[in-house]
Design a protein around this ligand. Structure first.
Ligand SMILES: *Cc1c(COP(=O)(O)O)cnc(C)c1O
Length: 251
């Protein structure tokens, strides 16, 4: 794909605007802007456009689908950005995913965790993982129910080659911030409960929450990582359900 200059400039402009939003949100929440990392959600975005953002200083990217991760990997090899996996994990793709990312943010099933552990055992590598929690209660979202998160974290922390580093949620997407806030707050509360439990081999520090429309709210509620796609790369051609829900994917 030939990248046109106007598109590249827009990506950089958008990236800077998002950084400014993060900084402002931190200041107004009384937080140090260095405590919030920007992850670029790059699903459907071609490697050429992702590379523009990386040259513009983006240091962390997240992919939702193993197939896309694999296809873009050669073009992004050596780009210097850290890669996370933020989508639903299909068990037949675990080996490829484990080889290409430093963190999987979407662990919500014990058998998936177990398969990652088994694959990692072969090389002795340890993979960072986040537990995905369904804070919105919507059937359309992946993630463990909040009431199961503590027990679930305990089990995942028991796998020798996984290190639980945080929690992730896709919050309720509503134009009304007060409807979104309880889910975000729930993730912060869960992190405290999990920390209080003092689980061995778990260092649950990160809170990955907040997207293009609600990053300010997420920062107010304690996010340490916001995942931004649209606000940097523009609207995607594919409906969201394609990435978040298997049923929607089939229909
Ligand atoms: C697409 C996606 C995002 C980013 O969403 P935008 O609204 O485009 O910023 C964040 N997290 C996950 C898991 C995603 O799939």
């Amino acid at each position: 794909m030939q990248l046109d200059q106007a598109d590249a400039s827009l990506i950089i402009e958008n990236l800077n605007a998002v950084r400014a939003r993060i900084a402002r949100a931190c200041v107004s929440a009384g937080r140090d802007p260095d405590t919030v990392r920007l992850l670029l959600a790059t699903k459907t975005v071609p490697a050429e456009r992702i590379s523009v953002a990386i040259r513009g200083g983006a240091s962390l990217i997240g992919e939702n689908r193993a197939q896309e991760l694999i296809e873009k990997a050669p073009a992004l090899d050596g780009c210097g950005a850290e890669k996370h996996f933020i989508g639903h994990v299909q068990s037949n793709k675990i080996r490829r995913i484990a080889a290409l990312v430093s963190c999987v943010q979407s662990i919500d099933c014990i058998s998936t965790a177990e398969k990652f552990d088994r694959v990692l055992e072969e090389t002795g590598r340890v993979l960072d993982v986040f537990i995905q929690v369904n804070t919105s209660g919507e059937d359309s979202k992946f993630g463990v129910p909040p009431e199961d998160a503590l027990a679930f974290t305990r089990v995942v922390a028991g796998f020798a080659h996984l290190r639980v580093r945080g929690l992730m949620t896709i919050g309720l997407l509503s134009p009304d911030p007060e409807r979104c806030r309880p889910g975000l707050r729930m993730l912060t509360d869960l992190r405290e409960r999990i920390r209080d439990a003092g689980i061995e081999n778990a260092d649950v520090t990160e809170l990955s929450m907040g997207m293009s429309t609600d990053l300010e709210l997420a920062i107010q509620e304690g996010a340490t990582m916001v995942r931004i796609g649209t606000a940097v790369f523009g609207r995607r051609p594919t409906p969201e359900g394609f990435f978040w829900n298997e049923n929607a994917q089939r229909s």
